[in-house]
Design a protein around this ligand. Structure first.
Ligand code: MLT
Length: 263
């Protein structure tokens, strides 16, 4: 895996193929391996960039008190280092939260948006409290203390029953995350701003994708967002939970391809 110095940390990244840039932002608490199926599908036609957020996968973790805006700055600096002026950004869940923070600060760098299994609203008080508890647990007991709960929330019942390799990959990605990286990301998500004000101002072509069995950001959320986003389409991926790109890669890729072809 290649490494690149971005702000104060070295990030692990992949930059494959040529053509219009397509940048994938991974979910919490995973890493860029979740996008392998998308690199394979899209690198023959596009310049596909994936990377590990600081604290995840093979990236270093840096400053304390991380915010979504810091992650957006990492992404902007990665664009600079890789000479990417503008890209279509696909953010899944936490990747979507950063996509909103990035759009807020750097909208001139965004060509189109793919928002998968995410939401624009901030955490509720109860949501924040459960993140603080999870951060404390990970800091004291390590990443494997959250593996089981996370896997049952991330994957659909169908995936859990019938796709053992996907379950194992998800487990391995969680195990690879740095406990402090996980805790920092939890705090950054808990304190993220509400992007409800942003949604009606986004006029770019936007694809919303959601797993039909997503428990964390259910289909109803995506439907609600699709009504506010003026230039959006919604694709539901059946038999998938919170990670449709990993659980049903062919269907996910087909939805993205259709969207990209129309840009
Ligand atoms: C993710 O998949 O990135 C997380 O589930 C997001 C969250 O916990 O809000």
């Amino acid at each position: 895996m290649k490494k690149i110095k971005v702000n104060d940390v070295k990030l692990a990244y992949r930059d494959e193929g040529t053509g219009k840039p397509l940048v994938f932002l991974h979910a919490f608490p995973l890493n860029q391996m979740m996008w392998d199926g998308q690199i394979n599908a899209f690198a023959p036609e596009y310049r596909v960039v994936t990377f590990d957020w600081r604290g995840f996968g093979e990236s270093e973790f840096g400053t304390k008190n991380l915010t979504m805006s810091d992650l957006a700055d990492d992404l902007a600096e990665l664009f600079n280092q890789l000479n990417i002026e503008k890209a279509t950004i696909c953010g899944l869940s936490m990747g979507g939260y950063v996509a909103f923070a990035f759009y807020r600060k750097y909208k001139e760098k965004v060509n189109a948006l793919i928002l998968s299994d995410t939401r624009e609203t901030a955490d509720t008080e109860e949501g924040k409290r459960s993140r603080y508890d999870m951060a404390a647990l990970v800091r004291s007991k390590g990443a494997n203390a959250i593996e089981k709960t996370m896997i049952s929330k991330l994957l659909s019942a169908t995936t859990l029953q019938s796709l053992p390799a996907t379950v194992e990959l998800t487990r391995a990605m969680i195990a690879q995350a740095h406990p402090e990286g996980i805790a920092q990301a939890l705090m950054a998500m808990a304190h993220r701003s509400d992007s409800s004000d942003l949604l009606p101002t986004i006029l770019l072509p936007t694809l919303l994708v959601v797993g039909s069995e997503d428990q964390l950001t259910p289909l109803s959320e995506a439907k609600r967002m699709s009504k506010i986003l003026k230039n959006s389409q919604l694709e539901t991926i059946y038999n998938a939970g919170h990670l449709p790109n990993l659980e049903r890669p062919e269907n996910f890729n087909r939805a993205i391809s259709k969207f990209l072809n129309r840009l």
